[in-house]
Design a protein around this ligand. Sequence first.
Ligand code: UDP
Length: 486
Amino acid sequence: MNSRADQLKVFFLPFLVSGHMIPMVDLARLFAMHGVNVTIINTPANALLFQKAIDRDANSGHQIKTHILEFPSAQVGLPEGIENFNMITSHGMSHKLYYALSLLQKPIEQLFQEMTPDCIITDMFYPWTVDSAAKLGIPRLVFHTAGYFSQCAASSIKQHAPHLCVNSNADTFLLPDLPDTIEMTTLQLPRWVRTQDGYAQLMDRIRESERQSYGAVVNSFHELESAYEEHYTRITGIKAWSVGPVSLCVNRDAADKVERGNKVAPDENEWLNWLNSKECNSVLYVSFGSLNKFSTAQLIELAHGLDASSHQFIWVVRQKDKDQDEGWLEDFEKHIKESNRGLIIRDWAPQLLILEHPAIGGLVTHCGWNSILEGVTAGLPMITWPLYAEQFYNEKFVTRVIKIGVSVGVTEWRQWDEEAREVVKREEIKKTVIFLMGSGVQAAEMKNRARELRNAARRAIQSSGSSQSNLMSMIKELKSLKCGRS
Ligand code: UDP
């Protein structure tokens, strides 16, 4: 046990969206499990989403707490309780949320001054924390909720601009200077890469702050993307510690797995009973993360594609999707229930628990990094259906680098809060599902590779594994920096 004097005090600052908060809270809990005194800075509605897990950890003796900052709802004109990007319903609200985040900077800096942490671990969306840490003379670590590959791919494009050398947005080009041969099209690149807008400037600032950081903590593991881990360190010039998959490290029991970042629907045992009645590897899990909204046309194509594949599936349909429902979804649900081939979960599924169920044989993913890692951890092959953010890079990683997935063939990137113009057709969906869930040689190879990666992930978090060793050496280094200051 640490004596109070040499106990490391670390503050964690998550960005206000599920895909960033969930792994950041997992990381904070991981630090607390290793004797670090942890404070997570959050706002009231967001803190509530994680409080049970934090309380369980604190009750079992870990030094972990949430520091709650008032959310400036009235000042920015957001309804009470709307405090993250998952909760907003319009573009206008998104601007207000960014404004609220800018207002939170001052109270957060004040908190740092008063509480004098030994280190700040922050989401990349707070580049100003570089200056806060410098003022306090403490290290600032950026936590990457996405893997190395996407950072390296983005950097390759930023540096070499290969998309400016092709004739059309649909022409393919090679990403220079990467360990693997990766091709993309301009249409697949995020908007901020193609246009110099305000967001592009923010991304530049984020990259700059990354290089000024003491180091990066990455939710990945060495065996998954070692070539890119090395490449990242070379191009950024900073240290990087791979400590993931963080969800596998900390969420050991069902209570932890079920309550990650949102409430699941009340009929929570329906899916479990249903899966328990199915054969091993026979069910496809279909989910598009925490932010997506599909057009009715896309939902209908997806329903038909899944149905026509004749494979069994669990499909998570979000409330936002359902807003557009004109009754056909209920009819579809009735139809699949009657044939006992499918199950729809409304809004939020206990994804970790479902993925590890032996009946699940694959997943359809929008290529959010957390979902990819969770799929890898469960040893599952994937159908990739990228939508926004860095997801088209992640798709390349899954299909070209670790080769455990097949693309459904989406061609165009879009904003997270926009509906796609492109509609993936039922025939494509059917064909891809039959390929992945079928017994062909290529699919079998993907399944084998996925199983090997699952085993590697499990080894990485064991006591002499790569992620565990990285975590221990990072904590040791942060402690010695603390000692050096006192
Ligand atoms: N998630 C979940 N249930 C859902 C949808 C999402 O538990 O119904 C979790 C999922 O397990 C993952 C996170 O939310 O940990 C989503 O992060 P990801 O990076 O996959 O995608 P994003 O939502 O950020 O696009």
